[in-house]
Design a binder for this molecule. Sequence first.
Ligand code: URA
Length: 239
Amino acid sequence: MRLDKFLTACGVGSRTEVKKIIKSGAVSVNGKTATKADMHLEVDTDTVTAFGQEIKYREFVYLMLNKPQGYLSATRDGRTPTVMELVPDEYMHFEPFPVGRLDIDTEGFLLLTNDGDLAHRLLSPKKHIPKTYIAQLEKAVDDNAVDAFRAGVVLDDGYKTLPAELKSLSETAPYFAEIVIHEGKFHQVKRMFQAVDNKVLYLKRTKMNGLALDESLELGQVREITEEEMKLLVPENAS
Ligand code: URA
């Protein structure tokens, strides 16, 4: 990979800035000052420093956002703020995007990454990746609803959902329940409750596959997902 491309990919600066930085003599490769922006690098073995600091190459970034209400799960929108506005500048050069969607009024765990393959695997309808939500409901959850979710619910468009787990978390108002679904149809949780004559008043995603939302993240905060945590997120037989 070219030195200027490497430095840009690592977030050192724009292509133009990086060229200037190289010219100024601030960049070294394997201990020697680099002078040519187009010099070839072996990213796995060459050691690059800029202003005396080692620059490590990394292709992908994986971010956990505790999504607040009022933000669209999209990279761009004309008027409404998108979740991208919550991503710290230091990650923007990776060009992350949200993996799947949470409704504008849904809170909780949203993954952002630039790893298209992983996004594809997590979203693939064949993988049945479990997603856990906490909902506040208009009415109490009864056994009929639990059974209906377990059997799969017929939505307003005639689609029958995959079996889902529903657990009541409070028998008295305010009514909270935990739901685990294995697919991601449009407004799925809200429509499933509608199908059993109930209504979602508030929705939060708490878990994707085996990885739970870090509850110490404030609404709107973003942090990187660690390598250990990635093992809980990535589907098994990842292909
Ligand atoms: N189901 C919904 O209805 N909304 C979401 O945001 C996520 C799942």
